[in-house]
Design a protein around this ligand. Structure first.
Ligand code: ZN
Length: 370
């Protein structure tokens, strides 16, 4: 539930504290609240905040430099524009799809994704959560911290959910000035119910998957956080979070030996750490419901070691999977970009292409209409 600010392309990430989902969210929410209070205190009671008439008032607000985006021509240190003008955006419109309300939002990024989204939606309406969803999806395309620019255009089609995630993004398109192209992602799950994903308009999956034989988890709904994701200031999330139902089998991708199990249970929940001396890494599995191995036990590659859960500091069932350098636990690896795991992406099967194109056209028409 946190905003990724680091890229998938960072193979080696210096870890600081692992801030758990709840704390990360609260932090972002509090930032969002501050911004909200500063801007919309008197104005906003409803779903959509109106922008201040007098843009000059905004110039008095100080913002953490790390939150700011560089101006377009500058590829160096982000700088605060002297006056922050209101972002342009389209008011969310409500339509329905399969009985659920659909919202659309179009805007230009200003200062940061979270900052911009929170100028449009209120905190009560989940601006921090929505920007986290957007950032997480965009992290597959780019390093947000380095490549996002003021004035980039973002269109999103989404639904609001009852659960802790709050939102489901159906379509995202992001026009990047830095890359000179538009990135698109469409949600589709008809080919594999309950195991859908985001695809470009040609039906190529955007998020990567670890090959089954090496994957710590084979059945998961989505990856909700990646190493380096924004948690608090620098550092970021140390693992990869796979959203999965409690009781989902968890495997060790590699041969090794169990170093410890169930330490710091209050934070980690039930957990396992496995040493892989041949690879020079350790792997960690947190928030489990059940541990099936003991300290000192030898593990084969692909052996089941646990069941996923929702224990410790977590607010939704998921597996936190972490790959550490065995000599330096602050050096952590992204499973999708480091050499340890093989990964792949899916394609829409030919027999579902027609349905997929229909979905693409439907979501595109929603953006145009708004
Ligand atoms: Zn995690």
């Amino acid at each position: 539930m946190d905003i990724p600010t680091s890229s998938l392309h960072n193979q080696h990430i210096q870890k600081k504290n692992h801030f758990r989902l709840g704390f990360g969210f609260l932090f972002i929410a509090s930032v969002g609240l501050n911004i909200f209070l500063l801007f919309f205190d008197q104005e906003n009671n409803g779903a959509v905040a109106s922008l201040p008439q007098d843009a000059g008032m905004i110039s008095q607000i100080s913002i953490e430099p790390s939150e700011l985006l560089p101006e377009v021509p500058t590829k160096e240190v982000p700088q605060l524009a002297p006056v922050i003008k209101p972002v342009s955006y389209t008011v969310p419109s409500e339509k329905t799809l399969e009985g659920k309300a659909i919202h659309t939002l179009s805007f230009k990024v200003k200062s940061s994704l979270n900052y911009t989204v929170c100028k449009i939606l209120t905190r009560e309406n989940g601006c921090a959560a929505l920007s986290a969803h957007l950032g997480r999806l965009m992290a597959w395309f780019m390093d947000i911290k380095k490549s996002m620019r003021n004035g980039d255009s973002l269109n999103v089609v989404y639904q609001q959910l009852e659960g802790p995630e709050q939102f489901k993004i159906l379509k995202l398109s992001y026009k990047s000035q830095f890359f000179g192209k538009t990135f698109e992602a469409y949600y589709f799950d008809e080919f594999d119910q309950g195991n859908g994903g985001y695809f470009d308009s040609d039906g190529n999956e955007i998020a990567k998957r670890i090959v089954e034989a090496q994957s710590p988890i084979r059945h998961y709904k989505e990856i909700t956080s990646l190493p380096g994701d924004f948690r608090k200031k620098a550092g970021g999330h140390s693992g990869t979070d796979f959203k999965a139902e409690v009781g989902t089998p968890i495997y060790s991708g590699f041969a090794g030996k169990v170093l410890r199990a169930n330490w710091n249970v209050r934070a980690n929940g039930y957990c396992v750490e496995i040493d892989h001396p041949k690879l020079g890494i350790k792997t960690l599995y947190l928030h489990l419901s059940r541990v099936k191995v003991k300290r000192g036990q030898t593990i084969k590659a692909g052996q089941q070691i646990a069941e996923s859960g929702n224990t410790g500091r977590t607010f939704a069932p998921h597996l936190h999977y972490e790959i550490q350098n065995r000599k330096n636990k602050k050096a952590i690896y992204n499973p999708f970009t480091s050499k340890y795991h093989k990964s792949y992406t899916r394609n829409i099967p030919p027999q579902h292409q027609q349905a997929f194109q229909k979905t693409v056209n439907l979501f595109n028409s929603m953006i145009k209409e708004s």
